[in-house]
Ligand binder design. Sequence first.
Ligand code: 5GP
Ligand code: ZN
Length: 112
Amino acid sequence: MDCLFCKIIAGEIPSEKVYEDGNVLAFKDINPQAPVHILVIPKTHIESADKITENNNSEVGAVFAAIPKIAAESGLTNGYRVVTNVGEDGCQSVKHLHFHILGGAKLGEKMA
Ligand code: 5GP
Ligand code: ZN
């Protein structure tokens, strides 16, 4: 499958990993939009949040169980933002479900 994040999971494309377990990988965003900008992805290929179903939502649960650990390890003791872009209007550029963890500074109040 021609998926950038599946290639990162497979180690075919290098990344700066910050967390990994059996179901989840987290790595630094190549173009950070905040002092801390980490991408958290399920190791299973799911196209976007719009493709979450009863059959694959445990993968998403594993991502959210990892997020507090990743945040703590990254020093995000004063809060952070978790964002997922979906499809064309959501400006999703990589078609493998990913959650942005943004923090390390007071973020803008605007969401869009
Ligand atoms: P999206 O726009 O789909 O929500 O987010 C995709 C994110 O992936 C962007 O923030 C972009 O900077 C990041 N990204 C794209 N290609 C790479 C890559 O090869 N390595 C890493 N670490 N991040 C990438
Ligand atoms: Zn993928």
